[in-house]
Design a protein around this ligand. Structure first.
Ligand SMILES: Cc1cc2nc3c(=O)[nH]c(=O)nc-3n(C[C@H](O)[C@H](O)[C@H](O)COP(=O)(O)OP(=O)(O)OC[C@H]3O[C@@H](n4cnc5c(N)ncnc54)[C@H](O)[C@@H]3O)c2cc1C
Length: 341
């Protein structure tokens, strides 16, 4: 990528440093670049959906490889003079000084954090290996591609029952494996009523053959043929930069933002999956755009305040320089009155 800098420069301040160049960060950078802001985007290059071959549900980009979307995005933002920097931000000082790991620091008037989230997966052999391929998490991203196939759902998370109830619409052959989950009678009834088969017992592994998922093997030895398996990962926001700056979190531990992505710390915005685990690619891009506009407004407010102060100072200077005679007269008068007995 010819427009990407391999090392950061610390020559002067940026209006905005964006951390993360997924859909959220790049979308924000595009809007800010077009608003003629001086912008740097620092990116560690590990977008969440990298394991998937195709991205779905983004109007006009449905089925595009995730990496291709980001490549187009990088080219677009570079066209507006945005600096793209390969690297990882280690921490951010208030004010703001954005420290790259093992590198220099970038001065910024505002920071926009779009670092995404981390998916923690259950420790079942085959799960990590097939993640994003035929071990899936999002019916809306991948359900259509596995419609009418034999689908399995792993009960490793309380949200798995809802996932199975949804997935039955994509495939009538959906099997729920409670694994370690204790199903309530109500949950069993809901699954049965919906036509979702339940197979109890601990899952031993995903059976993979010829680079394809073939089945789920249970600890007691039976093998249930499946060509796609869904799991609900434990989603952990990559929010260390935000919490390091003192951004408030809600009771579930996620950083709080207003509808524009503004955090509790003035000058700091958070967008995409780092702020909302539900954000799809198109939603993350929208959050980036919304935040960028709010950041630009915030910068303009600051600039107008400063301009008014400068303007008033200049007005005061010019009006005082236009009154030398009156000043002299008044001084004369003053001297005169002071000389009176
Ligand atoms: C397997 C899988 C498939 C998916 N498929 C779809 C789909 O088909 N359609 C859909 O809409 N959604 C899909 N998603 C969800 C999609 O991945 C997210 O909606 C999207 O990635 C969110 O974008 P983001 O910009 O918030 O974060 P990300 O895309 O994760 O980008 C964050 C970026 O920040 C960088 N970063 C993190 N920390 C730092 C740091 N300290 N310094 C510098 N850079 C940093 C990362 O390296 C990364 O490049 C899928 C998710 C998964 C897991």
């Amino acid at each position: 990528m010819s427009d990407t800098k391999n090392a950061a420069t610390n020559d002067s301040a940026y209006d905005v440093v964006v951390v993360g160049a997924g859909a959220a960060g790049l979308s924000a950078a595009l809007v800010l670049g077009r608003a003629r802001r001086r912008v740097a985007v620092v990116n560690a290059g590990t977008p969440r959906n990298a394991p998937a071959a195709h991205m779905h549900g983004f109007l006009s980009r449905d089925g595009m490889p995730p990496a291709a979307l980001l490549e187009v995005g990088r080219t677009e933002v570079a066209g507006y003079g945005v600096d793209l920097i390969d690297g990882r931000v280690d921490h951010i000082d208030p004010g703001f000084l954005v420290h790259l790991a093992g590198g220099p620091a970038l001065r910024a008037r505002r920071v926009l954090v779009a670092t995404g989230l981390r998916d923690e997966l259950p420790e079942i052999p085959g799960v990590r290996e097939r993640w994003g391929r035929d071990l899936l998490h999002c019916p809306y991203c991948h359900g259509h591609e596995v419609r009418d196939e034999p689908i399995g759902v792993l009960g490793t998370h309380p949200g798995a029952v809802s996932q199975a109830l949804l997935l039955q619409r994509w495939s009538a052959d959906t099997v729920f494996f409670p694994h370690t989950l204790d199903l309530t009678d109500d949950e069993r009834e809901r699954l049965a009523a919906r036509g979702v088969r339940i197979i109890d017992g601990a899952v031993k592994r995903l059976v993979v053959d010829g680079d394809r998922l073939r089945a789920i093997e249970l600890a007691e030895g039976s093998v249930v043929p499946r060509s796609a398996v869904f799991v609900v990962p434990h989603m952990v926001p990559r929010d260390a930069l935000l919490t390091g700056l003192g951004c408030e979190r809600d009771e579930s531990g996620w950083v709080t933002t207003d509808p524009s992505g503004r955090t509790s710390v003035p000058g700091v915005w958070a967008v995409g999956n780092v702020a909302d685990r539900r954000a799809q690619v198109v939603t993350a891009a929208g959050m980036g755009s919304t935040a960028a506009i709010a950041v630009d407004h915030d910068l303009v407010d600051e600039e107008v305040t400063r301009d008014v102060e400068d303007y008033r100072a200049a007005e005061a200077t010019s009006s005082s320089s236009l009154r030398p005679a009156a000043h002299a007269v008044s001084l004369e008068g003053h001297r005169g009155s002071a000389s009176r007995p």
